[in-house]
Write a protein of this length. Structure first.
Length: 318
């Protein structure tokens, strides 16, 4: 089928219409544009848009030190009455992810600051956390072939790579200290999103032992890939996962960990899944794939989330 392209050129008040009968000259594709929003809720499993916050709060247009294709994978932290967002910035120059951050005093107005971790390989998913009064960050670095631990020499801008936690091709991950042990979930097939391995350790720096039930998820793209920070709510250990079945970044589900120790593991899906799905606003029209929940001082819950919409690209080949 031939495509008729009309190009109208206006020169000195005169209009000229040029007709090109194109065949095999036009390719149509779509790209996903991710951005970041702030949701609120009465509990971590019931999170949604808040009328006082205009989403998205951070998008690619706010990035000033590189040309960004999108921003995604947000993790939130509150320190000294300020809110900090850490996230992936996809750099158009090399199409690799860097880690950037923004901050806010009120969750409504956010100021992008800078790229804080830039490697010669793709990184994303900056899992930031505090332990023994120090701040740490674990980025996804499957392209590099290891999972690394960063220490904040000067929070929030100066980070130092101090350890390798796991060797191998691991995608997104979830980490939590629970029952006097560290538990680390890591996607071991980052391109298929279908397998989840589980490790444990007495020490954050390792050594890490793979659980006898690992992989705890096999051949299930609908629930294997981690989708944000783990948490404890109502005495339940909860993990979030992305539903990547058929469509990447479709929604986020919650799973209740019923049993976890050095020998046993069992979990069950939250009965009201999904806890995060595409919205009516354009920025999250086609899907959402991460949630990071923070319990604020007034006992309300605040979450950093990401969503995307698809943009059609028309490429002419002359």
């Amino acid at each position: 089928m031939k495509l008729l392209l009309f190009i109208v050129i206006i020169v000195s008040g005169a209009s000229y219409t040029l007709f090109y009968m194109l065949k095999d000259k036009v390719s149509v594709s779509s790209e996903s544009i991710w951005s970041i929003g702030i949701y609120k809720g009465k509990d971590p499993l019931h999170i949604g848009p808040d009328g006082d916050i205009r989403n998205p709060v951070v998008d690619a247009s706010m990035v000033t030190d590189v040309e960004a294709a999108f921003v995604a994978d947000p993790f939130i932290w509150k320190k000294d009455s300020r809110w900090y967002l850490f996230f992936e910035v996809l750099n158009k120059k090399d199409m690799k992810g860097d880690i950037g951050y923004a901050y806010s005093k009120d969750l409504k107005e956010w100021e992008y600051k800078k790229i804080i971790i830039d490697c010669n390989y793709h990184i994303s998913y900056p899992y930031v956390f505090e332990w023994n009064d120090s701040m740490f960050l674990i980025p996804e670095s499957a392209e590099a072939g290891f999972l690394s631990l960063y220490y904040a020499k000067d929070f929030p801008e100066k980070w130092e790579l101090i350890d390798t936690l796991l060797q191998g091709t691991f995608g997104d991950h979830s980490l939590i200290r629970y029952n006097n042990l560290w538990w680390l979930y890591a996607g071991s097939e980052p391109h298929r999103h279908s397998t989840l391995k589980l490790f444990y350790s007495n020490n954050l720096h390792g050594p890490w032992t793979e659980h006898p039930s690992s992989p705890v998820i096999k051949e299930r793209a609908d629930k294997a890939r981690p989708g944000g920070r783990m948490l404890i709510y109502n005495n339940n250990l909860i993990r979030f996962s992305q539903n990547c079945k058929k469509t990447y970044g479709k929604e986020v589900n919650a799973f209740i960990i019923e049993k976890i120790d050095e020998k046993n593991y069992a979990e069950t899906p939250y009965r009201k899944n999904p806890v995060l799905k595409r919205g009516k606003e354009r920025w999250a029209l086609h899907g959402m794939h991460q949630i990071d929940v923070w319990k604020d001082e007034d006992s309300s819950y605040i979450a950093a989330v990401d969503g995307y919409n698809k943009r059609v690209k028309l490429t002419l080949d002359f």
